[in-house]
Each structure stands twice: as structure tokens, then as C-alpha cells.
Design a protein around this ligand. Structure first.
Ligand code: NAI
Length: 339
């Protein structure tokens, strides 16, 4: 069967890492018909917007997209295309697994966490304005509907993936109304899942506990801004942005993308680590129910990491993006009897 998938190569290192993904998926034997569309600053001169309608329409039609990172101007200029896509397509759940990988220098080797971040509201919605010249106000919006929906997503994920515990992260001791509502919803939803353990932890304590003993946690669910921060913390725990995959999932449509940005310092140098993108592709293949190919690619990545020969700079190696990609493809073509 052929899957139709929209591909946004993205800015900076985006084209290099999405090229790696395409080659690796092709080697795994899955047929994907890629509809390549461009978004971001580069298309503004032609379309007058960083997110042209045909990009949105392509994703709506194909239902699944793979996206390279897009550069967002800081403090001024157009609003994040990433945030706009999540809003426009109602991709309400941001899924970021953080699993220890062999051969990667990290503080712990026993991490197997999944951060589920609410993707549509909270301070991250960017509803803000100036109050006179010398003050700015940003509005934090938390709704019952979005909170229940994301917590339900986290529990359903836990059930489907044989996970044991869901931890809701919040700051309801201080933001008693907004985070209080999120926590109330989490407790209500938890009642419906008697076989999954539930607990809640205040966000600052969560940061400390994750750094001290991440092995205690399983699925974490939280409002948007805490999710943004904690998922990067978790990426740091497993070895950094170069190996952190992500997915934005809605009820109709899903977009898969690495957690990292466009890394302008590495763009065009054939030095970017392709793994975060490749592991995002593994998530996409599972979503497409191509479980065998997903496992084949994941095991090939593990083999390359265990060997430790074909690693990019950020992982302490000397290999290029292309060399690491080829090493993964070689493992796909000759899977080890042990994997
Ligand atoms: P970044 O993630 O691009 O880079 C941070 C550091 O990590 C840099 O030193 C970079 O070289 C390194 N790095 C990132 N990905 C790597 C990879 N695959 N291999 C090896 N090293 C890697 O974050 P930064 O610099 O804050 O953002 C750059 C641009 O990317 C900004 O415009 C930002 O808005 C955008 N961005 C886009 C995202 C997306 O499209 N989903 C997510 C995060 C940032």
C-alpha cells in the first residue's frame, strides 16, 4: 500500500535531515508518495504569508505530514508557523517520547518517558498586548474541554502502549483557577482509568525530580508552556536535541517533526544529526500502522549507536549526516540476528 504524506522540508538543516528520512523510509520498504510543499520565511515573497493555503490543504487532504524545522523570528516579524499549523489543524496533542539510547553520553541510562503536552492554549497561545508603553500582558487560557481532551489522550496512549502511570504536571497551588481547572479535569479523567496509576506533581518539583530520578516517571501530561520546557529537559536527559523526536496529533491529522530547530549554525554543512528526524519518522510509521518497518528502522538506529562508528559531531563522532544515514540504511538492509 502507498501512503500519501505531505512533506515540508523546512529551513536550515531541514532539507538535509528530511532527505535522510526519505532515504531511510524507502530502504525500509514502505511506499510513501511525498507531496512536497514549502512554508516559512522563504515563501513570503511569493505568497505573502509563511503558511500558504495550499500547504494547509495538502496536510488536510493527506492527513499525515512530516515537517523539518522552520525558523521563527524572535521578538518581531511573523508568528510561528509551527504554532499556526497546530492551531489551524487542531493538533491538540504534542507527543515527545524520551527514551535512553545506547552509546549516547547522558546522565541516566534507564529513561523511558513520554511527555504529552497540550498544544492549543495556555500562555503559549500568545494572546498578549501592551498596556500603555511600559507594561505587557499575556493571557493564560485553560479550558475544561482542552484539558480533558489532552488528559484523555495521555491515558489512552498509556493503555495502548502498555504504560503503567500518568503524572499530571501543574502549578495549581499558585494559579488556582487556570491550573486548578486543569488539575480538576485530570483527576476526573483519571477516575475512568482504574488500571493506570495517577498522580499529580507541581511543575517546579517535577523538574527537580526528573533531574534526580527520571526512572520514576512514565507518561507525563501538562499544559502547553510547562510541556514546552519539560520536554526539552527530558530531551537533555537522553542526550540532547539531536535525538529527540516529536509528533503533533489531532483527531483527524498528525504532523511528525524533530523537537530541535533549524540549527542555522549547521545548515548546509552535512553535519546535522539525522536521528531526531529519523525517530520522528518511526513514530509516523507506527501511526501509519507500518509497525514492522518502524521496528526495522529503530533497531537499525540502535545498532549504529551501539557500534559507535558512524556518529555525527554532536554525538562525539566525525561522520556526516549522509554517512550516518547510509550506516542506518546498511543496517536496515542487513538486520542483525540479535535485533
Ligand atoms: P536549534 O534546535 O535549532 O539549535 C540549538 C542547538 O542545538 C544548536 O547548537 C544546534 O546546532 C544544535 N542542534 C539542533 N539540532 C541539531 C541536530 N539535528 N544535530 C546536531 N545539532 C543540532 O534551536 P535554536 O537555535 O533556538 O533555534 C533556531 C531556529 O529554529 C529558531 O528560528 C527557532 O524558532 C526555530 N525552531 C523551530 C522549531 C520547529 O520548527 N519545530 C523548534 C525549535 C526551534
Amino acid at each position: 500500500m502507498t501512503h500519501n504524506v505531505t512533506l515540508i522540508p523546512g529551513d536550515g538543516i531541514g532539507p538535509e535531515i528530511t532527505r535522510a528520512v526519505r532515504k531511510i523510509i524507502e530502504a525500509s520498504g514502505v511506499n510513501i508518495c511525498w507531496e512536497v510543499v514549502e512554508a516559512g520565511a522563504a515563501v513570503i515573497p511569493e505568497y505573502g504569508t509563511p503558511l500558504p493555503d495550499h500547504v494547509i490543504n495538502s496536510i488536510k487532504k493527506n492527513k499525515v505530514a512530516f515537517k523539518g524545522p522552520l525558523t521563527t523570528p524572535v521578538g518581531k516579524g511573523f508568528r510561528s508557523v509551527n504554532v499556526a499549523l497546530r492551531k489551524e489543524l487542531d493538533l491538540y496533542a504534542n507527543l515527545r517520547p524520551a527514551k535512553s539510547l545506547p552509546g549516547i553520553a547522558a546522565r541516566y541510562s534507564n529513561i523511558d518517558l513520554v511527555v504529552v503536552r497540550e498544544n492549543t492554549e495556555d500562555l503559549y497561545a500568545g494572546v498578549e498586548h501592551m498596556v500603555g508603553r511600559d507594561a505587557a500582558e499575556s493571557i493564560k487560557i485553560i479550558t475544561r474541554e482542552a484539558s480533558k481532551r489532552i488528559v484523555k489522550f495521555a491515558f489512552d496512549y498509556a493503555v495502548k502502549n502498555n504504560r503503567k502511570k500518568v503524572t499530571a504536571v501543574h502549578k495549581a497551588n499558585i494559579m488556582k483557577l487556570s491550573d486548578g481547572l486543569f488539575l480538576e479535569c485530570a483527576r476526573e479523567v483519571a477516575e475512568e482509568y482504574q488500571n493506570i496509576e495517577f498522580e499529580d506533581v507541581i511543575v517546579d518539583a517535577m523538574c527537580m525530580k526528573l533531574v534526580q530520578d527520571p526512572g520514576n516517571y512514565d507518561v507525563l501530561v501538562m499544559p502547553n508552556l510547562y510541556g514546552d520546557i519539560i520536554s526539552d529537559l527530558c530531551a537533555g536527559l537522553i542526550g540532547g536535541l539531536g535525538v529527540a523526536p516529536g509528533a503533533n496529533i489531532g483527531s483527524e491529522v498528525a504532523i511528525f517533526e524533530p523537537v530541535h530547530g533549524s540549527a542555522p549554525d549547521l545548515a548546509g554543512k552535512n553535519k546535522a544529526n539525522p536521528l531526531a528526524a529519523v525517530l520522528s519518522a518511526v513514530l509516523m510509521l507506527k501511526y501509519l500502522e507500518e509497525f514492522q518497518a518502524a521496528e526495522l528502522i529503530y533497531n537499525a538506529v540502535i545498532e549504529v549507536l551501539k557500534e559507535g562508528i558512524h556518529l555525527t559531531n554532536d554525538l562525539g563522532g566525525m561522520s556526516s549526516t549522509i554517512e550516518m544515514t547510509e550506516a542506518i540504511i546498511e543496517k536496515i538492509n542487513q538486520p542483525s540476528p540479535l535485533t
